[in-house]
Design a protein around this ligand. Structure first.
Ligand code: 8NA
Ligand code: MG
Ligand code: MG
Ligand code: MG
Length: 312
């Protein structure tokens, strides 16, 4: 019904922002404890987000503006040239949000008038394999009707900055997982062995198939965050962060706070892994299941509500 649809849409966007904000102070740190994260969660300061949330909001706004009017084909929901410029403008307005080095150079070129296809190839000839396309992609799951459409929109949203096949697979993996999490009732059990196969099918590449097989095994073995990071990776590349985020969700389905702590304790690119894991957990469990004290301190709460309601 509408209530649960809106709760899940809010869960997806607020889960993403919460993971980003709670994970950001721990980026690159090892030996993060549950207590460190809980202290952060129970604090009183405004929770400031980074590039992950900033660009997810740009994508949500882009999708939101293009909802009305004539029925659109999947590809018509995204105007790639406009979206590239909107991402670059968000960077120009707030360059201190913690953007990756490659994407920063692309944005400099784009705001100076270079077409995005040229700009991104000038920085990385094979395209960036960073996780920047995946970290911001979750709003796609709110508008895509089925797995095929979600995958196509995910690719289109990612390719304006991340043209490497692994970055595109990462965006598809995260968006399809978010779509499937939205479709599950919050009370339904989530089993890795059942949840992962349709995600795996959407990323036909030996590397991604292997990674996702490992995710199922690690979920069933109840791997801890350190083992998970050692097996799957925890860095800024898409293949070494998107599978870890999926595992964080699958290790603690129905418990968004535990999913976020797992993602952050895995170390490395903590804001981004927690943002992706938080989006999945929030999409499954809904906004009302997120830790309310922390949610109320999110810097972007007003915009997150606005786009969640509109896109739901
Ligand atoms: P990106 O496209 O600049 O990629 C991130 C980095 O990956 C680049 O700066 C390169 O070092 C490397 N890289 C990507 N593609 C290639 C390639 N083809 N050849 C060689 N090196 C490559 O930026 P992005 O938007 O993908 O990055 C997202 C991450 O950056 C997120 O974690 C975000 O939070 C931010 N960030 C990360 C850290 C961190 O160290 N964990 C710190 C600050 C910001
Ligand atoms: Mg970030
Ligand atoms: Mg959907
Ligand atoms: Mg990051």
């Amino acid at each position: 019904d509408d209530t649960s649809r809106i709760d899940k849409a809010r869960g997806l966007l607020f889960g993403l922002a919460l993971g980003d904000c709670l994970g950001a102070p721990f980026e690159g740190r090892s030996g993060v404890t549950e207590a460190d994260i809980i202290a952060m969660q129970n604090g009183t300061d405004l929770l400031r987000h980074t590039d992950d949330t900033a660009l997810a909001l740009v994508l949500a706004r882009h999708l939101s503006r293009r909802l009305g009017g004539t029925p659109r084909t999947a590809t018509g929901r995204i105007d790639a040239d406009v979206l590239a410029l909107e991402f670059a403008e968000a960077w120009r307005a707030e360059p201190w949000r913690g953007y990756g080095g490659g994407v920063t150079k692309s944005f400099e070129l784009i705001v100076a008038g270079t077409a995005w296809r040229e700009a991104i190839r000038a920085v990385f000839p094979d395209g960036s394999f960073g996780n920047g396309g995946a970290m911001r992609v979750a709003p796609i799951a709110l508008v895509g009707g089925d797995v095929r459409e979600v995958a196509e929109l995910a690719r289109r949203s990612a390719e304006v900055t991340h043209a490497h096949p692994d970055a595109l697979h990462g965006a598809v993996c995260q968006a399809v997982a978010a779509h499937l999490a939205l479709e599950l009732a919050p009370t339904e059990p989530v089993r890795a062995r059942e949840f992962v196969p349709p995600v795996r099918q959407a990323v036909p590449s030996p590397l991604w198939e292997d990674k996702l097989d490992r995710v199922v095994e690690l979920a069933e073995q109840e791997a801890d965050p350190a083992e998970a990071a050692a097996e799957l990776g925890n860095d800024v590349s898409a293949p070494a962060s998107v599978p870890l985020a999926l595992l964080a969700f699958l290790r603690h389905p129905g418990r968004p706070d535990a999913t976020l702590r797992f993602a952050i304790r895995a170390g490395g690119d903590t804001d981004t892994v927690a943002a992706m894991a938080g989006a999945l957990a929030g999409a499954h469990s809904g906004y009302t299941a997120l830790p309310s004290h922390a949610v109320s301190r999110l810097e972007a709460a007003k915009d997150l509500h606005l786009y969640a309601e509109h896109l739901a």
